[in-house]
Design a protein around this ligand. Sequence first.
Ligand code: FEO
Ligand code: CA
Ligand code: CA
Length: 661
Amino acid sequence: MADDKSFGEQFEELDDRPVARETSPSLAELWNRRIARRGFLAGMGKAALLASASPAILSLAACDEAPKADPGGIFGFEPVPHGVDGDHHVAAGHDAGILIRWGDPVLKDAPAFDVRNQSAAAQLAQFGYNNDYIGFVPLPFGSGASDRGLLCVHHEYTNDELMYPGYPADNPAAFYTREIVDISMAAHGGSIIEIMRGADGKWQVVRDSEYNRRLTPLATQMTLSGPAAGHPRLQTNEDPTGRRVMGTFNNCAGGITPWGTWLMSEENFNFYFLGENADPAEAANHERLGVPGSRSYPWGYFHQRFNLAAEPREPNRYGWVVEVDPLDPASTPVKRTALGRFKHEGCENTITKDGRLAVYMGDDQAFEYLYKFVTANKVQRNREENTNLLDEGTLYVARFAEDGTGTWMPLTFGENGLDESNGFTSQADVLIETRRAADILGATPLDRPEDVEPNDLTGKIYVALTNSKERTETDAVNPRPGNLWGQIVEMEPQGGDHASTAFTWTLLVKCGDPSDPAIGAAWNPETGENGWFACPDNVAVDAKGRLWVATDQGSGWAAASGTADGLYALATAGGKRGTARQIFRTPVGAELCGPCFTPDGTTLFVAVQHPAVDGAKNYKGFERASTFDDPATRWPDFDPAMPPRPSIVVITAKNGGPVGG
Ligand code: FEO
Ligand code: CA
Ligand code: CA
């Protein structure tokens, strides 16, 4: 790791390093499945099943039966050209406004943001840093509303060098105090904000909403449930029960369940632990997950639980999926151990043919795996009956065969070597050491699995493999050595059933510049010189079933593409399949996260993360690392007294129609 990179840049790049070691369902079926899903929502909310299902039928009919000049049905806008500068850009015919930024009030008693006099108490009531996943829960729940709802937002990590005046890049250790660490902890986690669209079409945060909430690793008590809860390996001095844990951090992509809860992933949790591990029995487990990080946040100097010498089992309480009920501000979030422990990227989910929930999850590190969890029981219409649905089920890991088929292999104690012969004494052990269990099953190491998105209109699943520059040996699903650009995998479960353990797969695109044969990119030949992209990360499917891809090239953007990160619409069907077009471009140094549509597709929320940070030294005319006083851009305020601020951007079409036409 080069010394001239900021902590934030180095932190992200460590993802790149490995740790040692049939046909589409019929339209009738699709309708039935979609209606079933909406029916769950309706039954749990105030709308009647029929009222909710009918518009779904109509919109599907309109989508699938209308004659199409553009079979991909995707490009109702002119592309934003490639490039890089200090501002964001959105396609003509659209507006892009700031909804909320780091430091803005979330709780009704939040103080105004004073960046030079920040406190942990203030930050606990204000919007956190580095917004990542965005989920939208319509209000009233079950209504399918597109003009009022709750936004559930992850704050993945902090760029301390841009948050604090006087931060000494050459000697940061001397800078930290308990208060500074607590501010950074309070800027992690998540935010829930109620938002409304006014008569003028503009979205605003409802400042006095009772739903507004911050979740942080500093002050939000959570519980652990499922097969590993209470296990001795989860017990610490602070929590002898192994069932209580303070907060969550490094939450990346995520998901919203059909019953309206929010699934928060825990990704690079290893970079928050330091010190010498005091428990030899956990040594191999910690090593497999990179604990402690090669460079970690200094929290452990002020909070003993992040010091491995004092609390060697504390890391076992992170790396899970947390379920939060945004509709109950007093609810206690629950870490669902049945979904496994690894560097969880996302938790997008869908319904199996028999009505259970399937959750798709990437483990984002080089040569790690793709997972799926299927609940044992069916999703119930009364949301209260789903309270513990995620505690029972089967966790699977994917093996991709060279011939375009694949298998989901169960990570079940007592089966296929997941037993005492390999050091597992219970399902809790299998879940705590999910990666090692998956190694034993022969799962396929992938080029950093980021977000995974089911498309309910087709039954297909899209996996963003973002890049893997250290790959030397290739296979069909990871076909390029030194892969700086990534690829998108399209999977189809056998029989169109997400409960099936068999699937087929193909590569939708191989990313990178198609004009350079050495890169080996694969796009539809119609892809224009501004249409291709590199490093797919968060993905979304809109109301029309179109795939939208946000990119994160990290500090390697200049080598990967030479253009800033952005959001691209990507055709998945018809003659334009494999063609992309950019709708939004970030300011220099940012990655794009979030993409999240309202149910009617007329609003698109995106999260601009760490503006001014990544690869600032490759930004022509700037060519140095950004600091609080000297950032590559002061987006979005462009106030000489304000540093850059990660922010949520709202994109709408000027004609009031769906974003992207
Ligand atoms: Fe947090 Fe894998 O991106
Ligand atoms: Ca991500
Ligand atoms: Ca990322």
